[in-house]
Ligand binder design. Structure first.
Ligand code: LMR
Length: 334
C-alpha cells in the first residue's frame, strides 16, 4: 500500500477513533501478517481478551490478522503514522526502519534453543534494543517467540550445495540476504502475504520459514520438501505507537501493561508446541517430505553459514555480537 493510502486509512481511523473516544472507549488496532492460529495470532487474541477484561471494557482491541490491513513494511509505516496502534513484527523487519541491530537475531546458528534466545531477549541486551525504537516514535513492550526456521523447496535439501542457484524468499533483513548469498542462493525479499503465490507460480523456489507459518499459510502445499535445519530464529517485538501509549490514562496503561505481561508469558509458552504441532501436521498431510538432517549434515550447514557472522559484524555492531556470544556461550571459532 502506498503512503497516500496509509494516510487515507489514517484519516478514516481518526474518524473512527474519534467516535470511539466519544463513547468513552479507547481503540487499539492490532495488525499482523500471519494466521490467527499461529503463536502470534493466538497471543494477539489473548492480549485482546485480557486487555478488555482488565480495563473493564474501556479499551477495545481490534485484531486484524493475515495482512488484512497492511503488509509487512506498510504496517510499520502505519504504526508510526498512528493508523494502527499495535503490531508484533518479526525482529528481521526493523532494519529498513534504520534499527539494524535487531538483525543480530537473524544470524544463522547463533541460538541453539529457546532458552538461549530468551536469555538474550529478556535480559539487558533485549531491553537496550527495544530502547532504540523510541527515536522512531515506537515503544517496544515485549518479545514474543515463534520458532526456528527450516529450508523448504521442491527438491530435497540435504547439504548447503543443494541451495545453490535457488531463489529463496527472505524477510527484509540484510543478514538474511547475506545468508543466502553465502549459500550461493538468490535472496528474494518479499512480504509474507505474497509467499504462497510466489511459490505456486515459481517466482521463488523455496523458503526459510518456521513450521507454524509454513503450515498455517498453506505454503507447505506448494513445497514438496522440508528440511528441519533449524538454522535461525524467528521472534517478534510487541510494539505500540509511542505517542498513543504515553497519552493513555495512567490507570489504563497499568492495566494494559499487566495484559502485555501475561500475553507474553502465554506467547512464549505456546510457541515451541505450536511449531511441533505444525511439523506433525505437515508430515501427516503427505504433501511434503519432512527430513531431519543428521548431526553431520547439520554441522555442514553450520560451517557453511558461520562466515555470515563475520561478514555482518560491522553492520550489526561487533560489541553487540560479542555480548550475544557471551550470553549464549556461542563460540564463533567452532
Ligand atoms: C515472515 O515474514 O516470514 C514472518 O516474519 C511472518 C511473521 O510475522 O511471522
Amino acid at each position: 500500500m502506498k503512503l497516500k493510502h496509509i494516510a487515507l486509512a489514517f484519516c478514516a481511523s481518526l474518524t473512527l477513533s474519534g467516535a470511539a473516544q466519544a463513547a468513552g472507549e479507547i481503540v487499539i488496532k492490532f495488525s499482523h501478517v500471519v494466521a490467527p492460529d499461529t503463536p502470534k495470532g493466538k497471543a494477539a487474541e489473548y492480549f485482546k481478551k485480557l486487555a478488555e477484561q482488565r480495563t473493564h471494557g474501556r479499551v477495545k482491541v481490534q485484531v486484524y490478522p493475515n495482512s488484512q490491513l497492511y503488509k509487512d513494511k506498510e504496517e510499520l509505516e502505519a504504526l508510526q503514522l498512528g493508523a494502527v496502534q499495535m503490531l508484533a513484527p518479526s525482529l528481521a523487519k526493523f532494519g529498513p526502519l534504520g534499527v539494524k541491530e535487531f538483525e543480530v537475531f537473524d544470524l544463522p546458528y547463533v541460538f541453539d534453543n529457546y532458552d538461549q534466545v530468551n536469555k538474550v531477549m529478556h535480559g539487558p541486551i533485549g531491553k537496550q534494543l527495544l530502547g532504540k525504537l523510541e527515536g522512531k516514535g515506537i515503544k517496544g513492550l515485549a518479545y514474543w517467540d515463534n520458532g526456528f526456521k527450516n529450508f523448504s523447496a521442491n527438491k530435497p535439501i540435504k547439504s548447503p550445495a543443494d541451495l545453490k542457484g535457488m531463489k529463496i524468499r527472505i524477510q527484509s533483513s540484510k543478514v538474511l540476504e547475506e545468508e543466502m548469498r553465502t549459500l550461493g542462493a538468490l535472496p528474494q525479499v518479499m512480504a509474507f502475504s505474497e509467499v504462497y503465490q510466489a511459490l505456486q507460480t515459481g517466482v521463488v523456489d523455496g523458503t526459510e520459514l518456521e513450521a507454524s507459518n509454513l503450515y498455517t499459510s498453506k505454503s507447505y502445499e506448494v513445497q514438496k520438501n522440508l528440511t528441519l535445519t533449524q538454522h535461525g530464529f524467528l521472534g517478534y517485538a510487541l510494539i505500540v505507537n509511542k505517542k498513543f501509549w504515553d497519552g493513555l490514562p495512567a490507570d489504563v496503561r497499568t492495566q494494559l501493561d499487566s495484559a502485555v505481561q501475561d500475553a507474553t508469558v502465554y506467547a512464549n509458552q505456546i510457541a515451541k508446541q505450536e511449531n511441533e504441532k505444525a511439523v506433525a501436521a505437515i508430515k501427516a498431510s503427505g504433501k511434503t517430505q519432512v527430513y531431519t538432517p543428521t548431526p553431520q549434515e547439520r554441522e555442514a550447514f553450520k560451517k557453511a553459514l558461520l562466515p555470515v557472522h563475520q561478514k555482518m559484524a560491522a553492520r550489526i555492531g561487533p560489541e553487540l555480537l560479542k555480548a550475544i556470544y557471551k550470553e549464549t556461550g556461542f563460540n564463533p571459532a567452532k
